[in-house]
Structures are given as C-alpha cells and as structure tokens.
Write a new protein. Sequence first.
Length: 104
Amino acid sequence: MTTPISSTSAAPVAASGLSGAGGGDGLRKAAEAFEAVILRQLMGSMRQAKLGDDIFGSSATDNFREMADARTADSIASLRQFGIAAMVEAQFRARAADPAGGGQ
C-alpha cells in the first residue's frame, strides 16, 4: 500500500512563528515549503512541454504524476540544494532582526 501525501508541508507559518523559542524551525519549514512550491511549478511547466503522445496516458496517470511531482519537490526542497529556501530564510531573519527596515 502507499501512504497518502500530506499537504501540511506547504501550509503557511503564522507570523508569530518568526520569533521566540522554536521560531527558527518554523521559519526554516516555511522557507522550505516556499521552495517546494517553486519546484512544483517548475516541474509542472516541464511536464506541460510534452514532446510526444503518451500512449498510456489518462487522467489518472496525470493525477499520480502530479502527486509524485509534489512529493519529489518536497524532498528536493528538504535537501536545501537549490538555495531558494536559504535566501528566503536569510531575508526574513534580517527583517525580524531589524523590524523598522532602517537599512533600506
């Protein structure tokens, strides 16, 4: 049997999760979720560029491919290899440290 894919990894994190104990973990998860969304969009665009007819294609196959792509994007984002999550996290940490935004 297969396990269902949870959509909780893409859930937004409340603003209160940016500060306080354990806030860094919430910010990290939110940044990874943002990177996963970008990767899903990228993978979806690549899937749309079909180079030929899929002889076994059906709507069920498309649905399973979308779920597999979402799971793959979540896994890639958790590896933090693209750097998108790190940049987002660094930007929000800087804003949390200087809420007035005086450096801009």
